[in-house]
Design a protein around this ligand. Structure first.
Ligand code: V47
Length: 382
């Protein structure tokens, strides 16, 4: 295509977006073409983002808990996992887990993000017990836990249905599910990076089941490794299709591949330009998902701030004890203070709003930071 053809095609996409129309697979692939101005794509995504979320930049106060890194699977992109007998392998004790809950409480966290490996020897009750013990001790903290890959494993371990497993975990204290494990759905890619674990159909089935029993979930896409634009846009369309059915996704988080210490360490990590384009294309394709998260741990602070003008409205949380990205070479800090995270949102020209996991505004007692309450769910225009 020459420049005039590119500009005409972009104009037809802009008209479609401004009139509330839906972008197609071909539109998405076109927006990924490096010859299409990144800034034009970003500006359109920013328009869409402001239609949906106004000028708000969301954050939360949260912590991560990875109770074990021992995993039966060997995903080629993962630097976090360990073999059972590797000295690096660990599984946390009940005391260690409760201490993490106490630390989260003392830091004013509203959320614990809990994911980990699929341990060869620890049964379903161990995983369920983590939620049960934390929920009993810290009932106010929202437990966002276990990806679809873990739920698939629990289905295998318990021989119960997905809905029975999810219902049982909810009874134990599960509040919602994170979006991990999605990687790239298309088998041409999935078969190269994680052929053994839950496939696209299974991942979608589990999130659909969660939505149908009233659990909100997030969704992700791991990009910047062996996939092409076609695979990315196909992935986004599969998420959009489920969201049309259920409306249960809250946030989409594009996850930039970090190659260090992985079986794909020969690959280069995606550039900041690719990160911003992916945020923008995601905002435009996923017209029915309320939030797009620029996960600062993974993007780096500068790119995450910029992403707030390229379609993202959320920056994730203060985060503490993050291992998955730091094991894979992330150079971001381990944690940001509340003041730092607010400041980076303000610097990006947005209004910082503290949310809880299900996007209700959090109100804090000005004299006692750890005392908080939540208001109504924040309204978005999707
Ligand atoms: O599923 C693993 C990815 C995911 C690497 O729901 C990697 O709010 C890049 O899903 N380079 C887990 N990515 C993280 C995740 C997440 C993070 C923040 C917020 C939420 C949420 C979810 O991380 C895995 C995989 O796709 N991942 N290794 C790596 N080397």
């Amino acid at each position: 295509m020459n420049q005039t053809q590119i500009q005409d095609r972009f104009k037809s996409i802009r008209d479609k977006v401004e009139q509330g129309g839906r972008l197609s697979l071909d539109d998405g692939i076109f927006l990924y073409d490096p010859e299409v101005s990144l800034h034009a794509v970003g500006e359109l995504a920013n328009w869409k983002r402001e239609q949906i979320n106004g000028n708000v930049g969301y954050y939360n106060i949260n912590t991560h808990l990875n109770p074990t890194n021992v995993c039966v699977y060997r995903c080629r992109f993962c630097a976090f996992r360990s073999d059972l007998r590797d000295p690096k392998g660990y599984a946390m004790s009940d005391e260690q887990i409760i201490a993490r809950g106490q630390e989260a409480h003392d830091n004013g966290c509203t959320e614990m993000h809990i994911v980990g490996g699929l341990h060869h020897k620890l049964g379903y009750d161990w995983y369920r017990g983590i939620l049960e013990k934390l929920h009993a001790a810290f009932p106010k903290i929202h437990l966002k836990g276990w990806t679809a890959v873990e739920i698939d494993w629990f289905e295998f371990l318990t021989k119960k249905s997905i809905k029975e497993v999810l219902g049982d975990l909810r009874e134990a204290g599960l509040g919602s599910m994170p979006g991990g494990g999605a990687e790239i759905f298309h088998p041409e890619v999935r078969d190269q990076i994680c052929e053994h674990k839950a496939n696209a159909t299974k991942w979608i089935e589990i999130h659909q089941a969660a939505h149908e029993i009233g659990l909100k979930t997030n969704c992700t896409m791991l990009y910047g490794h062996v996939e092409q634009a076609y695979h990315r846009v196909d992935h986004l369309l599969r998420l959009r299709e489920l969201q049309d059915k259920t409306g249960g996704f809250q946030t989409f988080i594009p996850l930039a591949f970090h190659p260090e210490n992985t079986k794909l360490s020969h690959l280069k990590k995606p550039s900041a330009l690719m990160d911003l384009r992916t945020v923008a294309v995601s905002r435009l394709m996923l017209d029915n998902v309320p939030h797009i998260k620029a996960y600062w741990i993974m993007l780096g602070i500068g790119t995450a701030q910029t992403a707030l003008a390229y379609g993202a409205d959320d920056i994730d949380g203060t985060v503490r004890h993050e291992l998955i990205y730091h094991d894979a070479g992330a150079t971001t800090p381990e944690c940001l203070s509340v003041e730092q995270i607010q400041q980076l949102i303000v610097e990006a020209g947005r209004e910082p709003v503290e949310r809880d996991t299900v996007y209700r505004k959090v109100h804090r007692d000005p004299d006692q930071f750890t005392q908080w309450s939540v208001g109504e769910e924040v309204l978005v225009n999707v």
